[in-house]
Design a protein around this ligand. Structure first.
Ligand SMILES: [Fe+2]
Length: 318
């Protein structure tokens, strides 16, 4: 048995960690909000304020409404100060690696085929749930450059809370979702708009693998640092759950928790606000745009977790 609260054999350690976690967890989204004078240059007090929110909930919401919001340097430089440097550059991202999440507006474009680039709601997930385990998305940022005319809220839930609520129902469900073959994302086949690297994987003139099949656990514990990782999507299309009864019951119970958890925090990011997090569970509600309110968020996905000791440490050359 290890000291980890995520070890199912460590009941006493888990109980102590659980009690402290639930007692500290914010019960209002307002508790997550940290006003920042300039996110690109954090003061020591601002860094400490962000750290305390992230210690409690694996996330913080910053607010800098006085700055021009449509500026990618805000989330990028904020992230760098929080240890987020290894940015995933997926092929739909803009050149600097941050994705501009906004309705594509052009039917038939590649972006328009993906729900993030529409007005549609997005169900519970963590980002990059389909990534291979050596490309885990540990950190995620969302910066609001422009909000929608109406809608576009984000519901948020610390994945450690989801873990607690599932373990409270039945520890066997947690064990089931830690199986390396609990969740399988089938390969995605694309026919166009591929990067050169993806074209190399082409199977023929029109058939290519845009992403190979990925199997993995929902919950995993980092073997070195001991933190909890969650890969999850509530989507039912393009996902295959392990078919045994315990896994099926675990998936259903987790979906029920996400539909009703009292710990869910909901926010509507306004221009100049943003989220920094350790890839917590989140949703997006559907929204409507107007010419002056065309929703635009800059999203960063990172192979790093948030850290708060960089300002104290000597700067290392890149
Ligand atoms: Fe997301």
């Amino acid at each position: 048995m290890s000291d980890s609260p995520f070890d199912l054999a460590n009941e006493s350690g888990y109980r102590a960690w659980r009690a402290a976690k639930l007692a500290a967890y914010p019960r209002s989204v307002d508790e997550l909000v940290v006003p920042l004078a300039d996110p690109r240059h954090l003061s020591a007090d601002e860094l400490a304020a962000l750290e305390s929110r992230c210690a409690r909930a694996n996330m913080a919401i910053y607010s800098a409404p006085h700055l021009p919001a449509a500026d990618k340097s805000i989330p990028k430089l904020l992230g760098q100060q929080l240890g987020l440097t290894r940015l995933e550059g997926n092929y739909l991202a803009d050149e600097d690696g941050l994705s501009s999440i906004t309705p594509a507006g052009v039917t038939g474009s590649v972006r328009g085929d993906f729900i993030p680039y529409t007005h549609k709601p997005i169900n519970w997930h963590t980002d990059g749930y389909y990534n291979a385990l050596d490309r885990r998305i540990l950190g995620m940022t969302l910066h609001c450059a422009q909000d929608a005319e109406s809608g576009g809220e984000n519901a948020l839930l610390d994945h450690e809370i989801a873990y607690i609520q599932l373990r409270d129902v039945n520890p066997d469900y947690v064990a089931a979702l830690m199986q390396p073959d609990a969740m399988t994302i089938p390969a995605r086949m694309d026919e166009s708009a591929l990067s050169p690297r993806e074209r190399e994987q082409s199977l023929g003139p029109n058939q290519t693998i845009a992403r190979p099949e990925q199997s993995g656990p929902v919950f995993a514990v980092d073997p070195d640092a001991g933190f909890l990782i969650m890969r999850y999507t509530a989507r039912t299309r393009s996902i295959v759950w392990k078919s045994d009864a315990v896994t099926q019951a675990a998936v259903k119970t987790l979906a029920d928790i996400l539909a009703s958890s009292e710990y869910i925090l909901t926010t509507r990011l306004r221009p100049g606000m943003g989220l920094v997090c350790n890839n917590v569970l989140h949703t997006r509600s559907g929204f409507t745009d107007s010419p002056d309110h065309r929703r635009l968020l800059y999203r960063g996905r990172y192979y790093d977790r948030l850290r708060f000791d960089l300002a104290k440490a000597p700067v290392r050359p890149q």
